[in-house]
Design a protein. Structure first.
Length: 110
């Protein structure tokens, strides 16, 4: 039976595929516990658990942003690379699974 219900704007998909983040030859993250966030109009993003990220290599940035669907994000830099990653510490309702996880911009991850 067909449904007239529209697809949600954002969906979360936990998976066990390996996700690695390497910047300038330095391994920043390696996990098989990512959550893929799919948002209409945007490329899929992998949100990685902090336990699988070498957070000691990241520096908190002054950059902040707000998404009306996910909440307020804080950003992190690595060496001379500004704002390579972001995190939602207190995401909005329905996005709680992202809390504290880190996502990295495409081009710095593999």
């Amino acid at each position: 039976m067909a449904t007239d219900r529209p697809e949600p704007r954002i969906t979360l998909h936990p998976h066990s595929r390996r996700v690695r983040v390497v910047i300038d030859g330095t391994s920043i993250a390696d996990t098989t516990r990512a959550i893929e966030l799919r948002e209409r109009g945007y490329p899929p993003r992998q949100y990685l658990p902090r336990d699988d990220v070498r957070t000691e290599l990241l520096t908190p940035s002054e950059t902040r942003s707000h998404c009306p669907f996910k909440g307020d994000a804080t950003y992190f830099s690595f060496g001379g690379h500004q704002d390579v990653a972001w995190s939602y510490q207190q995401p909005m309702e329905g996005m709680e699974a992202l809390a504290g996880r880190l996502a990295f911009y495409k081009g710095v991850s593999e």
